[in-house]
Design a protein around this ligand. Structure first.
Ligand SMILES: Nc1ncnc2c1ncn2[C@@H]1O[C@H](COP(=O)(O)OP(=O)(O)OP(=O)(O)O)[C@@H](O)[C@H]1O
Length: 245
């Protein structure tokens, strides 16, 4: 019997850009406290799928449910309030604002409204959570890349999300930073959060993901544990084809 609690249900979701079908009839579930990897070659539709979940893009067809709420009909800010937070492939922060101010801005999108001193304390806790407490008052433009990524994660956490969408959050890190990053994501799962990550770093996929959904040209071509999908013939062909491009 499957005892896992489903938090997100993607059903027959399609997204077109003019004549291009970037996401084509995708269906998958995400369970509570699971790290689910959304993987696939470049241009296979992963970021578009994340944008559909967060509401940054509207679906052309199909449904996305979170618990019993139909989120694919909601504007992005309502989806955020329902408990979905994200980081971006390219770090997006206000460079002249301090780390703390950026994280405070993130808290505003959450489902728990905080103001003034309480907001500041809450934001500071999130920075400490990602090891950035001592840099709280630096402008984000003065931070290294990994530190900017940490602040971005703290900003996502400030909304106290149930589901966190990480789009290549581990990309561009050196091996030591990568280990720290992987531990941080594992800790988030341990504290009860559900994580969907788009990732190309195979070590991270192997060590973090409970399950992976593999996309190629907008479609799901495999689903299973990292070991299962990474030994799947169609998945191997899709990745090799990508290398030939
Ligand atoms: N706003 C857009 N308008 C038109 N086409 C788009 C748009 N966004 C994405 N696409 C196209 O949709 C397809 C899927 O892109 P997407 O960025 O989702 O892939 P991806 O798997 O995330 O790729 P990568 O691993 O390179 O980030 C690509 O062909 C891309 O050019």
């Amino acid at each position: 019997m499957d005892n896992r609690v489903r938090v997100l249900e993607v059903r027959n979701v399609t997204r077109r850009f003019g004549g291009l079908v970037a996401v084509n009839d995708m269906s998958f579930d995400v369970h509570e406290q699971e790290v689910m990897g959304l993987i696939g070659p470049n241009g296979s539709g992963k970021t578009t799928m994340m944008n559909l979940i967060s509401g940054a893009l509207r679906v052309s067809g199909g449904d996305i449910m979170m618990d019993d709420q139909l989120i694919s009909d909601m504007p992005a800010r309502h989806i955020a309030r329902a408990g979905v937070a994200r980081t971006f492939q390219l770090v997006r922060m206000l460079p002249t604002m301090t780390a703390l101010e950026n994280v405070m801005a993130g808290a505003v999108f959450g489902h728990k409204k905080l103001w003034g001193r309480a907001l500041q304390v809450h934001a500071m806790r999130q920075l400490e959570r990602v090891g950035m407490g001592t840099s709280a008052h630096l402008p984000t433009s003065a931070l290294t890349y990994i530190d900017q990524k940490r602040v971005e994660l703290a900003r996502a956490l400030a909304a106290n999300p149930r589901i966190i969408l990480l789009d290549e959050w581990l990309a561009g890190l050196n091996p030591t930073e990568l280990r720290t990053g992987i531990e941080l994501i594992a800790d988030l799962r341990a504290e009860g959060r559900t994580i969907i990550l788009v990732e190309h770093v195979m070590d991270a996929i192997r060590s973090l993901c409970d399950r992976c959904v593999v996309m190629n040209t907008g479609r799901k071509i495999a689903e299973g544990t990292p070991a299962e999908v990474l030994s799947d013939d169609e998945v191997i062909r899709a990745y090799l084809g990508d290398d030939d491009d």
